[in-house]
Design a protein around this ligand. Structure first.
Ligand code: PLP
Length: 395
């Protein structure tokens, strides 16, 4: 029987193995290097020779090979945070006077980078509704340098019609970049949907343990890869080999963890959807969700991160009462680790391309690897505290 083509799970378990450096170990070495010794003087300045640790080590090479397998890419750059993975491609494609198109549901610090740093560099950022689809054509200007997507948004979980947007962008010759942190390459392959550059925070599901920061930038386009590579090198950006090792270690088990995050996330979301205190659940894998059909078409699964809106009487004090009553859900930013987390979303919502109404205060949950029954019991205590808080206010 012919072997292959192999599935993502299989490929990320075996990718990046190099017997010449692994010395028989299953895992690559953590190779720490600044200076690299070159055997012959003739090679010191020869192009293509590995001469300095800033340009990566055997550990980074193994990680990049695995990330390329994960997202079915040909080129990968690793950076020291997910935010850098978002900002570097924008910076690499923009020049003074450029027009940048960014989805209005993007990660807050990506927006801050465009509004503060890129604007100081003479660029204009215009935000568009994640629902824009092919109408993105109306926003394209001669000086548009990039279209930046995030699907789904990591606070409000809208899914864009990515193939419609990338078809327009390709026709106009404008590169597209997608923040793929939610789908993480396991449940979503943006490069197959016409996206030119897929980026993700490896701090989230690839790391999986809330103990590292990292970012991945992948593409199939050699010219785009070269632009990004130059900027990474010229800025002197480095990732420590220890962090590169941890991301790779996490990646080997990521698909299995994400399958569990998915199942528990859906179970908890369905339970929340039945609560009378809840106006709506924002989770694209739930059949009633506004984005369910797009999710079914373009994704093969769902991460454990979703949000829900409380019914209108709940105010900020009540939201805090709910969150403070939780024992298993930590209150903290980031997500994708083995532990469950909760945050209120409203303080960080910055929307300018429309004011979507979710019906009440938004709470975001990252469902970890605990038993979903225990998580539901914890949330039940949260809802009791919410009711007590609303009751005390009315009394
Ligand atoms: C966390 C996150 C980032 C940034 O990752 P860091 O490693 O924390 O800098 C980017 N995009 C999304 C959607 C994220 O959730």
């Amino acid at each position: 029987m012919p072997r292959g083509p192999r599935k993502t799970d299989t490929r990320i378990v075996h990718a990046g193995r190099d017997p010449s450096v692994d010395a028989g170990g299953v895992n690559p070495p953590v190779q720490r290097a600044s200076t690299v010794l070159i055997e012959k003087a003739e090679d010191l300045y020869r192009p293509g020779v590995w001469t300095y640790g800033l340009h990566g080590t055997a550990t980074h090479r193994a990680l990049k090979a695995a990330l390329c397998e994960l997202e079915e890419a040909e080129h990968c750059h690793v950076v020291a945070s997910g935010l850098l993975a978002c900002t570097i491609p924008i910076m690499a494609l923009a020049s003074p006077g450029s027009h940048i198109l960014v989805s209005d549901n993007c990660y807050g610090p990506t927006r801050r980078f465009c509004d503060q740093t890129m604007s100081e560099w003479g660029c204009t950022t215009e935000y568009f509704s994640p629902d824009i689809g092919a109408d993105i054509a109306n926003l394209i200007r001669p000086e548009t340098c990039v279209i930046f997507l995030e699907s789904p948004g990591s606070l409000t979980f809208e899914i864009s019609d990515t193939p419609a947007i990338t078809a327009v962008a390709r026709k106009a010759g404008i590169p597209t970049v997608m923040d793929n942190t939610w789908g993480a390459g396991h449940f979503h392959k943006p490069l197959d949907l016409g996206v030119d550059v897929s980026v993700q925070a490896t701090s989230k599901y690839p790391g999986g343990s809330a103990d590292l920061l990292g970012g991945s930038i992948v593409t199939r386009d050699e010219e785009l890869s070269e632009k990004i590579r130059k900027l990474v090198i010229n800025l002197g950006l480095a990732v420590s080999p220890d962090d590169a090792y941890l991301v790779l270690r996490g990646l080997r088990t990521m698909t299995t963890r994400m399958d569990r995050h998915q199942a528990s996330g859906i179970a908890v979301a369905e339970w929340i959807a039945r609560r009378p205190e809840v106006a709506q659940v924002l989770h694209p894998a739930l059949p009633g969700d506004k984005y369910h059909d797009l999710w079914k078409r373009d994704f093969t699964g769902a991460a454990g991160l979703f949000a829900f809106a409380l019914q209108a009487p709940a105010n900020t004090t009540d939201v805090h009462a709910f969150l403070n009553a939780l024992e298993l859900f930590g209150l903290g930013f980031s997500w994708g680790g083995y532990e469950s987390l909760a945050i209120p979303c409203d303080p960080q919502m910055r929307r300018t391309a429309g004011k979507p109404d979710f019906g009440g205060k938004l709470i975001r949950l990252s469902i970890g690897l605990e038993s979903p029954e225990d998580l539901i019991a914890d949330l039940e205590a949260g809802f009791a505290a919410l009711a007590a808080s609303i009751g005390a206010r009315k009394a």
